[in-house]
Ligand binder design. Structure first.
Ligand code: 7TS
Length: 404
């Protein structure tokens, strides 16, 4: 049974006060909070078996290596990857995307086309623009409608034999739209293009099955799904990962080094040069266990209740407009009040202990589409409550009364 009171007790930060008020944390799309069990995993690692991995014969190094590799297998199972070596530890989504965008350089030629969507976070735009600069490939963009949904019929027309890659997020960080990624992937494959899905915002709410999706690359960050910062994942099909050159050179990614020729290690180590975030990787595995124990179906059902309640409460405020109104969305409400700057609303409600993000959310093309400088974004998690949402609506109303 889903018991939010019990769940909240797992998160020490949720009992702190901010500016004299109980914290209401609605900036989950930027980073989620961390349950005690994940914090304990990090403390336990540094307290009892901190050592470098994959290199020591000594006991601590073996314990650390075992725990790190067990975490890789937990991640493999979570995403339903066929092989554990298809799971590459990275520092996060941004790192994962850059690894692929750099790696595919030699596969593209001048005049080839790559497709991105108008709903992307900058980290799923800029690395591909840099790729286009290096190769002469052309960037095409799937536009959106007023609801913040991708125009799939335009996507159909953008696809051609020239299309080599498609990269789209599973869920938009700024609006919460859930994109029809299976359809996007199948259509790309039909013209011979490979697909990278940015799952940074989906993974806190949805459990993706990379084999069922038949996706070429899927990327995510631990810190948005109850794990620590500085660790993330790149899933890639073996065939693709074997084809790509290493991203960084260094220790642990080689078979043999001489000044004449260096040969590279097999997957996954080819992409894991240097000492990784060992405690972070282990804690990521614990975070996945924690979320799976609650269950992604239960999380989705509860968060939908929060979304519906929040939408109704906020829309009751006169002059408030919500951006991102697709029926397929996660529990994110991006809004503005006529005549007010989002930053001013965010600053006032922070004084009442409520944390939201304001601004363009690293998705400036979306703000340009709506012709606004930014929004106030309240992003909910399974540990939030309707009572907190009521406080948000009251605080926003109060901010409006003060500012207008
Ligand atoms: N892709 C999406 C869809 C994101 O939402 C984010 C971070 C990233 C990529 C980058 O992830 P990172 O872990 O490498 O930084 N999004 C946000 C946000 O919405 N507010 O703060 C960070």
């Amino acid at each position: 049974m889903f018991d939010v009171t019990k769940i909240r007790n797992d998160f020490p930060i949720l009992s702190r006060k901010v500016n004299g008020y109980p914290l209401v944390y609605f900036d989950n799309a930027a980073t989620s909070q961390t349950p005690q069990i994940v914090i304990d995993a990090i403390v336990h690692y540094y307290s009892y078996y901190n050592a470098n991995i994959h290199r020591g014969v000594h006991t601590l190094s073996q314990e650390a290596t075992d725990a790190y590799e067990k975490a890789r297998i937990k991640i493999q199972r979570h995403f339903n990857a066929k092989k554990s070596h298809e799971i590459i530890f990275t520092s996060g989504t941004t790192h994962s995307i850059n690894l692929v965008a750099t790696g595919v350089t030699s596969f593209l030629q001048k005049g080839d086309e790559v497709i991105v969507s108008a709903l992307e976070h900058h980290s799923n735009i800029v690395p591909w623009q840099m790729l286009c600069e290096r190769t002469g490939a052309i960037l095409k963009v799937i536009p959106i409608n007023e609801e913040g949904e991708l125009l799939i019929d335009v996507y159909d027309n953008l696809l051609s034999k020239k299309t080599k890659l498609v990269f789209v997020n599973h869920v938009s960080n700024a609006l919460g739209t859930i994109n029809p990624i299976k359809e996007i992937i199948d259509k790309a494959h039909a013209v011979g293009a490979a697909v990278l899905i940015d799952g940074a915002q989906a993974c806190p709410h949805i459990k993706p099955d990379v084999q069922e999706l038949d996706v070429d690359f899927y990327v995510a960050s631990a810190h948005k799904m109850c794990g620590p910062t500085g660790v993330g994942v790149l899933y890639g099909k073996s065939a693709w990962l074997n084809k790509l050159p290493p991203y960084q050179g260094g220790g642990e990614m080689i078979k043999e080094v001489t000044f004449e020729k260096t040969t590279y290690a097999d997957l996954p180590h080819k992409f894991e040069a240097g000492t990784p975030n060992i405690a972070g990787g282990i804690a990521f595995g614990v975070a996945l266990d924690y979320m799976n124990a609650i269950g992604f179906d239960a999380i989705a059902t509860y968060e939908k209740e929060l979304l519906d309640y929040g939408t109704q409460k906020l829309l009751a405020i006169e002059g408030l407009r919500i951006y991102g109104t697709s029926p397929h969305k996660t529990a994110v409400i991006s809004f503005n009040i006529e005549g007010l700057h989002p930053y001013d609303i965010g600053t006032i409600i922070d004084k009442l202990g409520i944390a939201v993000r304001t601004g363009h959310h690293c998705a400036q093309p979306i703000m340009d589409f709506y012709k606004i400088p930014g929004t106030v974004r309240a992003s909910f998690s399974f540990y939030n409550t309707k009572e907190e949402i009521t406080k948000l609506a009251e605080a926003v109303q109060r901010a409006k009364n003060m500012l207008l």
